[in-house]
Write a protein that binds this ligand. Structure first.
Ligand SMILES: Cc1cc2nc3c(=O)[nH]c(=O)nc-3n(C[C@H](O)[C@H](O)[C@H](O)COP(=O)(O)O)c2cc1C
Length: 304
């Protein structure tokens, strides 16, 4: 049976709904020994600030039950080196390339977009609105509908490419933030980023992370991610990309059923670097078993 796994986000067509999540897949090229890029929907590269960054001091990763807490602090090479050394190689890959955009101020987000806009080989920008803003006492735009809407609007005006606003789960009302992103002109929404978390060493009574707090990801967060994806997908008219704890095709399909048009796979890449490719393959098997000819037949089909 021929199964059509392709999905159309309106602004971007993907061969299948599985993307690699930002920060868990390097700049993509590191995964060349493990996966065939033409078997996944695409990659979202590690978040880019304008200049290079060291990130936080170690320890900055700790395992917890069913999850991982990271406080990497957005280490990266910066947009110039990325454009000169990484992007030319990414252009040769037969897969969608989405760049995760960071900024310590609204201006920095815009600078990154303006620089990348002059380069070829990027399909869309994913706006990481969870970055601490140094001019606002570390307050993240994603925590408030007004700052979210304003930043999305500026980002949209600054560049020629589609903007996917990536939402933070560390809010009371995710729908209000999603609507603000949509009103600001976002072409799509992705969610969720990590949940603010902490772990303590009982011997030393010290936090396990040098940064005290970090972001929780992995299977532990999947039910929360799914709930938020459902809430947002039923509230907005732009495509939603769901993520959080996806380890298997069944996990990914849950997100499609609640209304996501595509998914991202993050922490699973640390356990099995071929996770994205495996999950896409397992999705095809699922469709075959169920007699589903097009993966899109599953999207938004939750029975309430
Ligand atoms: C080590 C690590 C680094 C991350 N770096 C970024 C990043 O640079 N930008 C971003 O938007 N999200 C980043 N994330 C969040 C993931 O893209 C994803 O939203 C989150 O981990 C939930 O998905 P998962 O449970 O499948 O990992 C990072 C996550 C991890 C674990």
């Amino acid at each position: 049976m021929m199964i059509d796994l392709s999905v159309d986000l309106g602004f971007l067509k993907l061969r299948n709904p599985v993307l690699a999540a930002s920060g868990t897949f390097g700049y993509g090229l590191e995964f060349a020994p493990f996966i065939d890029f033409d078997k996944i929907g695409g990659i979202v590269v590690k978040g880019l600030y304008f200049g290079p960054r060291e990130g936080n001091p170690p320890p900055r990763l700790v395992e917890t039950t069913g999850g991982l807490i990271n406080a990497i602090g957005l280490q990266g090479v910066g947009v110039e080196k990325f454009s000169e050394e990484v992007l030319p190689k990414l252009r040769e890959l037969d897969t969608a390339v989405i760049v995760n955009i960071c900024g310590a101020s609204d201006e920095e987000y815009i600078q990154v977009i303006e620089y990348l806009d002059r380069q070829e080989g990027v399909d869309a920008y994913e706006l990481n609105i969870s970055c601490p803003n140094v001019e606002k006492n570390g307050f993240c735009p994603a925590l408030d509908p007004d700052t979210t809407g304003a930043l999305v609007k500026q980002a949209k005006a600054a560049g020629r490419r589609p903007i996917i606003a990536k939402l933070s789960p560390n809010v009371t009302n995710i729908v209000e933030i999603a609507r603000a992103a949509e009103d600001g002109g976002a072409d799509g929404i992705s969610l969720i980023n990590t949940l603010l978390a902490m772990a303590v060493d009982v011997e030393t009574r010290r936090p396990k992370l040098a940064n005290i707090f970090g972001g929780l990801s992995g299977p532990a967060i999947k039910p929360i991610a799914l709930r938020m994806t459902y809430q947002v997908a039923t509230a907005v008219n732009i495509p939603v990309i769901g993520m959080g704890g996806i380890m298997t095709a069944a996990d990914a399909i849950e997100f499609l059923i609640v209304g996501a048009k595509a998914v991202q796979v993050g922490t699973a890449n640390f356990i099995d670097p071929a996770s994205t490719m495996r999950i896409a393959g397992e999705m095809k098997d699922f469709c075959e078993r169920k007699g589903i000819k097009k993966i899109t037949e599953l999207i938004g089909t939750i029975k309430i």
